[in-house]
Design a protein around this ligand. Structure first.
Ligand code: DUC
Ligand code: ZN
Ligand code: ZN
Ligand code: ZN
Length: 478
């Protein structure tokens, strides 16, 4: 099946130009003027922009978590992604402590077979022994996994303590995989949660009090210091504070390889949501890290503009009102998670591009290309050039919409972006060269999504190892 996009303005992370794009057999076959193809479905893109399909580097579809399972599965969640212009998600395999990594990985691969969009996986390191190290090797060498996640929070569950971080980062460096962290000090969270409960503070308003910004700042600095000492690169997921942004900037300024991800939600939603007198509305916003006092948003935007934060994600982990109600009497039992995989690009366009904070080219870098590069999917993904995968979004910068749970594709009945007015929406999304979404309608089938192998990026790691060698103590000269 051929699809011909006519007359759109192609926007990549570095260029803007008008051209036709012909997609054949899932890839971009031709870019040029006055293209034609006898058997192609033609889409008039005049007045529209054509950008690489979004890549959301952080989602949790059907995650078993906190005594329940996230509502959006790989079918509904990835249909929502396509409706928002996102053609690839990076989800997380999270083995239970003591569970085989390979067994968990296979479980997630099976679940993801019903995906509409493309997908790939970070694998979490939730416990440690020699068998974990050897399974990491197998995942890297045989299954195209090049990133491993570490939760520094969630004590007594999936938390990775410092000994695990040291062992796993060392292994990542040896394998050429990138370690990533959820940076929150789990001991402090645990202590503050118990203190609040003892004081009788049990509602959602206690959630941000149990996870203040210093809790993230401490963990971000610690993770970066550990990585730096070992000579490993590091990627911080969902950076939500000024402290963590500053830590990344400082480390980068000092020559260390650190990447930062920011969520669309943290850029635009603040902590006043936890004061809502409607329990359900406040609980709908319970996620970790929590939404922050407004001045952190300014720091995050500066981090985006200055390059400390290179990727945007959602941490899409959708729990419905009934699931949130599990924590009716105890905020620590409210399943943590919010949705956004459909809204991410529209929110970034509205609050970033329309508000003059970022350019359309920077938008492409932040929503797609940078993630493709960091996790080694570029130029297959995140790119518009002949031979690249035909994962594209036709973007209408003139069309307006009010974001609402009433119209989103996600299976839950609330949205953290409820009522937000945006101008600039995806009109058509192509995934693997097929029209997967067009003007409100999902055209893809469950199962159309493909698994993306992400080999390690050997030259990058070679130079990191060399840099580390240069820092080794030299033989004493007598
Ligand atoms: N935070 C969430 O809010 N949900 C899933 C996992 C996480 O770290
Ligand atoms: Zn997290
Ligand atoms: Zn400040
Ligand atoms: Zn997450």
């Amino acid at each position: 099946m051929n699809v011909l996009l006519k007359g759109g303005t192609v926007v990549t992370h570095e260029e803007t130009y008008v051209a036709d794009i012909l997609c054949t057999d899932g890839v971009i076959a031709e870019i040029g003027d006055n293209l034609s193809a006898a058997d192609a479905e033609v889409i008039d893109a005049t007045g529209k922009m054509i950008m690489p399909g979004g890549i959301d580097p952080h989602t949790h579809m059907q995650l078993p978590f906190m005594g329940t399972v996230a509502k959006d599965d790989f079918a509904t969640g990835t249909a929502a992604a396509l409706a928002g212009g996102t053609t690839t998600i990076i989800d997380f395999v999270i083995p239970s402590p003591q569970q085989s990594l390979l067994e968990a990985y296979q479980q997630w691969r099976d679940w993801a077979e019903k995906a509409h969009s493309n997908y790939t996986f970070h694998v979490a390191i939730t416990w440690w022994d020699d068998s974990v190290a050897s399974e990491m090797e197998t995942l890297v060498e045989k299954h195209g996994v090049n990133s491993f996640k570490h939760f520094m929070a969630y004590k007594n569950a999936i938390m990775a303590t410092d000994d695990i971080l040291v062992a796993s980062f060392t292994k990542c460096l040896e394998l050429g995989a990138i370690p990533t962290v959820h940076a929150e000090n789990g001991e402090l969270v645990y202590h503050l949660q118990n203190k609040l409960l003892e004081q009788g503070v049990t509602g959602p308003e206690a959630h941000p009090l149990s996870r203040p910004s210093s809790v993230e700042g401490e963990a971000a600095n610690r993770a970066i210091s550990i990585a730096k000492t070992l000579g490993a690169p590091i990627y911080l997921v969902h950076v939500s504070t000024e402290e963590a942004t500053d830590a990344i900037r400082y480390a980068k300024d000092h020559g260390h390889t650190v990447f930062g991800e920011v969520l669309a939600g943290h850029l635009v939603v603040d902590d006043s949501v936890y004061q809502d007198t409607d329990w359900g509305k406040a609980a709908a916003h319970v996620m970790s890290p929590p939404f922050r006092p407004k001045h952190h948003q300014d720091a995050l935007w500066k981090g985006v503009q200055g390059g400390a934060l290179q990727t945007t994600a959602t941490d899409h982990c959708a729990f419905c009102a009934a699931q949130k109600a599990m924590g009716q009497d105890d905020f620590t039992k409210i399943p943590n998670g919010t949705a956004g995989v459909e809204e991410r690009m529209m929110v970034l366009w509205e609050k970033g591009v329309n508000d003059g904070k970022i350019t359309p080219n920077e938008f492409v870098a932040l929503t797609s290309t940078n993630t493709a590069k960091i996790f080694n999917m570029y130029p297959q993904k995140g790119c518009i050039r002949v031979g690249a995968d035909a994962d594209l979004v036709v973007w209408d910068p003139n069309q307006s919409r009010t974001l609402s749970a009433a119209t989103h594709k996600s299976a839950i009945e609330h949205s953290i972006f409820e009522g937000m007015e945006v101008q600039g929406v995806p009109e058509t999304t192509l995934c693997n060269g097929k029209v997967a979404y067009h003007k409100g309608e999902i055209r893809s089938q469950s199962g159309d999504g493909r698994y993306i192998d992400r080999p390690t990026y050997a030259p990058f790691y070679e130079s990191l190892r060399k840099r580390k060698e240069l820092n080794q103590p030299r033989a004493v000269i007598r």
